[in-house]
Ligand binder design. Structure first.
Ligand code: HEM
Length: 180
C-alpha cells in the first residue's frame, strides 16, 4: 500500500508526486506573474516571499523523493512501449530530477548573492552562505530563468506523454493510472 510494487506506485510516491506537481506548477505561474509586476505593486513583495519559501520546500521534498527511490523501487515502464518512448520518458524523468534540485538552488544562490534573505513562511531565515556580489547574482538570475523555462518545457513533455498513453495507447500502456 505505502510502498511501490512492480506494477503500481504506493501512497508515498503518489503523495510526493502530486504535492510536488502542484507546488512546481504554482511556482512557475507565480514566478512568471510576479516578475511582470510593477515594483510599487503591494502584492509583489509577498509573492516573492511565497515563491522563495515554496521553492525551497521543493528541495526538501525532492531529497525525500530521491531517497524513497532507494527504499522502495518504482515500477518499471510497461513492456509494450516503443524503444523511443521509453528513452524519452526516462530522459524527461531524469532531467526533471536534476531540475528539481538545480532550479531552487539557482534561486537561492541568486537571492543570496543579490543580498536578499530567503525567509521561510515568516518562521526563520535561511543563512546567507555567500557574500553579496551583484554581478554574479545577475548571472544566477539568468541561470534561474533559463532552467525554470527548461523545466516548464520538460514538465509539459512529461505530462503530454502521460496523456498520450492514457488517451491513445490502450489500457496496458496507461502509466497515469498507476500514479492516480
Ligand atoms: C522548483 C522551484 C522553482 C521554480 C519552478 C521556479 C520558477 C521561476 C520562474 C518561472 C520564474 C520567472 C522567470 C522569469 O521570467 O524571469 C522565477 C523567478 C524567480 N525565482 Fe524562482 N523558481 C523556483 C525556485 C526558486 C527559489 C528556491 C528561489 C529563491 C530562494 C527563487 C527565486 C526567484 C526569484 C527571486 C525570481 C525573480 C527573479 C527576477 O526578479 O528577475 N525561485 N522562478
Amino acid at each position: 500500500m505505502w510502498k511501490n510494487n512492480p506494477v503500481n506506485y504506493g501512497h508515498v510516491s503518489r503523495l510526493l508526486h502530486w504535492l510536488m506537481a502542484i507546488i512546481i506548477i504554482g511556482l512557475m505561474i507565480v514566478g512568471l506573474y510576479m516578475t511582470g509586476l510593477d515594483r510599487e505593486d503591494p502584492s509583489r513583495r509577498e509573492l516573492y516571499h511565497l515563491h522563495k519559501a515554496f521553492g525551497m520546500t521543493i528541495i526538501l521534498l525532492g531529497i525525500i523523493r530521491i531517497g524513497w527511490i532507494f527504499i522502495s523501487h518504482p515500477p518499471q515502464l510497461p513492456v509494450g512501449l516503443k524503444a523511443w518512448e521509453t528513452k524519452l520518458a526516462k530522459s524527461a524523468k531524469h532531467l526533471l530530477y536534476l531540475l528539481i534540485v538545480f532550479v531552487p538552488v539557482s534561486g537561492y544562490t541568486m537571492s543570496t548573492l543579490l543580498g536578499y534573505p530567503v525567509d521561510i513562511f515568516g518562521l526563520f531565515e535561511l543563512p546567507m552562505l555567500m557574500e553579496k556580489n551583484k554581478e554574479v547574482g545577475e548571472i544566477f538570475r539568468s541561470i534561474h530563468w533559463i532552467i525554470a523555462y527548461l523545466m516548464i518545457g520538460v514538465v509539459g513533455l512529461h505530462a503530454a506523454g502521460a496523456l498520450k498513453h492514457r488517451l491513445f495507447d490502450g489500457a496496458e500502456k496507461d502509466v497515469l493510472k498507476r500514479m492516480l
